[in-house]
Design a protein around this ligand. Structure first.
Ligand code: NAD
Length: 490
């Protein structure tokens, strides 16, 4: 039913042509559930970056001269091609990442949403400037937003289609050219999407793809012909990218890691809340930057959560995302699985109570999968490592607060601040959480507070380095600079 996607050596796409990396070192990529080989990805080289940047730089002057609505037509075409190939893109995502088909549908759908939002870029609300006449006798003033040149897009592994498409459509719609580097752990979705981009007959060099790992990233942040960088990944790398871009005079937006807290009030709707919490924490096997990984039971709610969560977690059906009825897939790699297991061990050693233990979970039909079952700690204290560090796996920490003030203090004490949620039937509690919590994406009775393509996406504090967020209007601002002309005709 779902054909295996296999690319023996994933090529780069530079100047409208598929090319081999200058680095002969290739690393095999396998399906994280079945262990089947999917192909191999090059580790990349600085000269790959250079070739792609030169192609993008050469394409820029002609591309920026094409009227905005004509540029947008390429994106309308791309959108149609993504819809026509939707099922295949979904299948590739599940094969390379391991998430369920339903989750992959969300991944590809969100990528399309961003293409659609960028199709509207010529519209006044997104890209237009402003004008004021007669600012002095016979003098008018007008401002426009202009593209800046070549932008680099660097992505993490957890949303193979969506995350690069938070950026690429807006960058090219606004007249820039781009070089995308997908995660070396999931190179195939972008490989297929670049085939679709190729079919739109975009002028060569407008979009370029360079595969690889840290050497490619470092080549990008140091490159003098790159005007700006959009990065998504863990906070230590985001911070490094931000610093190097600052030092080399680039525009930068670097979205980092997360430790998302929810407060559960005892006036919540219990059935819906518990189901929603499980979905949020275990979806994509916890590998989502919006996943709730710490739940604070406020007052009586703590005991209720302790009683209800184990049973609800027992219903999570772990397996290969292609198989019917599966609600949670594997984690991305053996190495990441080891990291998560070590975090669980540490939680136990530090005195948290392991209420549900997923460490030994196996899925019989797939002995080579990177399996971990849903895991729940109770009695977690803010100073414990499981409460402080991003685990990025199916591990939920249950904490206790006496009241909403203490819950807010616990959240605010954490250095990361991506998303946060509150579960309650009280408007007053919900309003307070929305106003006061220091995360930038907030859910009320929603466990994955994901802004749609028209609203800014990105966190605060140690979860975000930069100023303008991803998506929509802010993204257009990031990819353009203002020019103001003061005009007098004699
Ligand atoms: P990662 O930081 O390991 O990798 C991200 C990118 O940086 C990859 O393309 C990788 O090749 C590159 N990279 C890795 N190490 C590097 C280094 N030392 N120097 C230079 N480049 C390097 O992240 P990941 O494991 O792929 O993704 C998971 C992380 O991404 C989590 O921390 C998650 O919270 C975060 N994330 C954040 C958001 C958000 O919106 N804030 C969204 C998705 C994922």
């Amino acid at each position: 039913m779902h054909e295996r996607y296999f690319v023996e050596r994933v090529p780069n796409y530079v100047g409208g042509r598929w090319t081999a990396s200058a680095n002969p070192e290739h690393v095999p990529v396998t399906n994280p559930a079945t262990g089947e080989p999917l192909g191999a990805v090059p580790m990349g080289a600085a000269s790959d970056v250079n070739d792609a940047v030169q192609a993008a730089r050469t394409a820029f002057p002609a591309w920026r001269d094409i009227p905005a609505q004509t540029r947008a037509r390429f994106l309308f075409d791309l959108r149609d091609r993504m819809e026509q190939n939707f099922a295949e893109l979904v299948s590739i995502c599940t094969q390379e990442h391991g998430k369920t088909l339903e989750e992959s549908r969300g991944d590809v759908r969100r990528a399309i949403d961003n293409v659609e939002a960028a199709c509207g870029m010529p519209a006044a609300m997104l890209a237009a400037g402003g004008a004021l006449e007669q600012i002095a006798g016979g003098v008018d003033c007008h401002s426009v937003r202009q593209p800046m040149g070549v932008f680099a897009v660097i992505a993490p592994y957890n949303f193979p289609s969506m995350v690069p498409f938070w950026f690429l459509p807006y960058a090219i719609a606004s007249g820039n050219t781009v070089v995308v580097k997908p995660s070396e752990q999931v190179p195939f979705s972008q490989h297929r999407l670049f085939q679709l981009l190729h079919e739109t007959r975009l002028p060569p060099g407008v979009v370029n793809l360079v595969n690889g790992a840290r050497e490619v990233v470092n080549g990008m942040v140091e490159h003098r012909d790159i005007a700006g960088v959009s990065f998504v990944g863990s906070s230590p790398v985001a911070s490094h990218v931000y610093e190097r871009c600052g030092a080399t005079g680039k525009r930068v937006q670097a979205l980092g890691g997360a430790k998302n807290f929810a407060a559960v009030m005892d006036d919540c709707d219990w059935e819906k809340t518990v189901a929603n919490l499980v979905d949020s924490a275990m979806g994509c096997a916890g590998q989502r930057c919006l996943a709730l990984s710490a739940v604070i039971g406020v007052g009586q709610a703590y005991g209720e959560l302790r009683r209800r969560l184990p049973e609800a977690l027992g219903k999570v059906n772990v397996g290969y995302g292609m198989d019917p009825g599966v609600t949670m897939g594997p984690v991305i790699s053996a190495r990441h699985r080891e990291r998560i297991l070590a975090a669980i061990d540490r939680g136990q050693r530090e005195g948290a109570t392991l209420l549900v233990d997923g460490r030994t979970r196996k899925v019989g039909a797939y002995p080579r999968g990177h399996w971990i079952g849903p895991t729940l700690f109770a009695g977690v204290l803010p100073e414990m490592t499981v409460a402080r560090e991003e685990i990025f796996g199916p591990v939920l920490c249950l904490m206790q607060a006496a009241d909403i003030d203490e819950a807010l203090r616990m959240v605010h004490a954490h250095p990361l601040a991506n998303a946060s949620s509150v579960y309650t039937s009280s408007g007053a509690h919900a309003r307070r959480w929305c106003r006061e919590v220091d995360a930038s994406m907030v859910g009320v009775n929603i466990g994955v507070a994901a802004p749609m393509a028209f609203f800014g996406f990105g966190g605060a504090k140690g979860s975000f380095f930069g100023d303008l967020k991803a998506h929509g209007r802010e993204q257009v601002q990031f990819y353009t600079q203002n020019k103001t002309s003061i005009v007098r005709w004699w």
